[in-house]
Design a protein around this ligand. Structure first.
Ligand SMILES: C[S@@+](CC[C@H](N)C(=O)[O-])C[C@H]1O[C@@H](n2cnc3c(N)ncnc32)[C@H](O)[C@@H]1O
Length: 217
């Protein structure tokens, strides 16, 4: 469960990889920008009483896992998983109010821009699919030097704690999310994190991880 906000940048009170495991026995978890679906698949296998929905407009990387989920559970199947082709800008109305947890891990493109700048229309879309009290977790792995071109292209702000507190907190609140925890951890303190991009980005010795946890209010 998310801890109260403080100013520390070095001590993580939330085990990000276990956020879903620690919360409740049941519930619906949505992963937006799910990529190859690894987080959804691995979490669903660990928590068979929960239901996981992975969403991404680009379904090509999902081909392998979306075939695997239909096997028998003893052979790697995951009947508690659904993948949907959609962008965060156009989430299906059928998802309204269903999520107890919402995850956005290492987004890029318009999804990155929306969560990093606090785009109100997109944040409202995220809020729309949340049940009351749902948790939203946003995890970013931006490194100012290697990602300079993308940061400029998307016109992203520097993601400091001050920016989160002074700008994002207000923008997230306007869309119905109360930020309850935010941290910037150095490369040496990356938590265990079960997504393909986490594994990839973690290889850098410089790349910090920034995360925000918010509650739908
Ligand atoms: C770097 S990958 C991360 C994938 C996965 N979350 C992970 O951690 O391995 C970023 C993902 O964001 C998705 N994405 C980009 N723009 C999006 C949007 N507007 N709506 C939903 N997903 C988007 C991309 O298709 C891509 O799969």
């Amino acid at each position: 469960m998310a801890a109260p906000t403080d100013n520390s940048t070095s001590e993580s009170s939330t085990n990000l990889s276990d956020l879903t495991g620690e919360w409740t026995d049941a519930g619906v978890i949505i992963d937006i920008g799910t990529g190859d679906g690894r987080f959804v698949y691995q979490s669903a296998r660990r928590n068979p009483k929960k239901f996981y929905i992975g969403i991404d407009p680009n379904v090509r990387p999902l081909e392998k896992i979306s075939e695997k989920i239909y096997r028998k559970p003893v052979k790697g199947g995951a009947p508690n998983v659904l993948f949907i082709q959609a962008s965060v800008e156009e989430l299906p109305a059928e998802l309204d109010g269903v999520a107890d947890e919402l995850h956005v891990h290492f987004p890029w493109g318009s999804l990155l821009r929306a969560v990093a700048t606090g785009d109100e229309a997109v944040l409202r879309n995220l809020r729309r699919v949340c049940a009351p009290g749902a948790l939203l977790e946003v995890v970013l792995g931006l490194d100012p030097l290697p990602d300079q071109t993308e940061i400029q292209r998307l016109d992203l702000p520097a993601l400091s704690l001050d920016f989160i507190d002074q700008v994002l907190t207000r923008k997230y609140a306007a869309a119905g999310f109360e930020i309850t925890e935010r941290r910037i951890l150095p490369a040496s303190e990356w938590p265990e994190f079960d997504t393909s991009w986490a594994k990839r980005l973690q290889q850098s010795e410089q790349r910090p991880i920034t995360y925000v946890i918010a509650r739908a209010v």
